[in-house]
Design a protein around this ligand. Sequence first.
Ligand code: ADP
Ligand code: MG
Length: 338
Amino acid sequence: KDVINQIAAAEIIHRPSNAIKELIENSLDAGSTSIKLTIKDGGLKLIQIADNGHGISREDLPLLCTRYATSKLKAFEDLQSLRTYGFRGEALASVSYCSHVEVITKTKNDGCGWKAHYADGELVSPKPGVPPDPRPAAANDGTIISAEDLFYNMPLRKRAFKSASDEYNRILDVVQKYAVHNPHAAWVCKKAGSSLPDISTPAGSTSKANISLLYTASLAADLLEVPITVLQPQYLGASIRGWVSNANTNWARRGGWLFFINNRLVDSTKIKKAIDSLYTSYLPKGAAPWVYLSLDIDPAKVDVNVHPTKSDVHFLNEDEMVVAIVGAVQTALSNANT
Ligand code: ADP
Ligand code: MG
């Protein structure tokens, strides 16, 4: 059973940045306005995320890392109607199957915080002879989750990571994108032991200000706004908005594709290709635009046959959807260039 769970975990958590993405989404789901990450060895030694969200109540701690047993899934019938994307109660379980997890959490209503340790989906003792219960702990409102020794039980997987700095860059890439999409929150990401954060944004910022801070000021100055655009009638309720680079500037750089569906960072090869080709008539060959788009859509219109943890998503009526999204970007470009 553990082998099956480990395989499932490895499918969801390929590398530290996958775990980071899941943990960030949980913190945002909890209504956090401050999210601080501390990383050791590119996340392979330690990932720690501290938020000021609503916290986890004492009763929910024993099953916190059990697959499918999370609170949201109690309302399984509501699966389609929920505005969140990709939740299956698997993320924390997966992290616990490939690392040592410690949770410190406090809700506003609790007088004290609670600390618990997990491995392989279950509560475990912090040290021999100590019962594996959640224990009272000093804590601020919110949650601190630490995942230590990622892939300690998967030596082959662990050996495949050649460079901690490459993994750290992937983590920074994910955090930056979430900070652009969630500028209301304050974000910090730093290496353990370093006093200077690599990412630091103030609460109550804007997407554009965070792009300027985290990418470059010259990129921010070049951006065109895609104002909230409601897509064609058949996608009733679907809308898109964002910021894209101007058509005559080449922003061929890694990480210039930020695409969120219902606030989840995803890939869509089809949409990316279509937008790239919209720019090809303006940009030199091989050049690329910089694109941040946020799509809000009835989750029932996103193809449910695709495993939600696979980041490449598909839509029902995909071709029309691609045309509608490209159309919104094209309008922003032509308004600016006429
Ligand atoms: P899912 O998000 O799909 O429900 P997860 O395994 O990611 O499953 O998280 C399990 C549950 O743990 C969440 O539904 C939520 O109730 C709780 N949780 C996880 N992280 C946090 C957090 N940072 N703050 C508050 N609750 C959290
Ligand atoms: Mg989650």
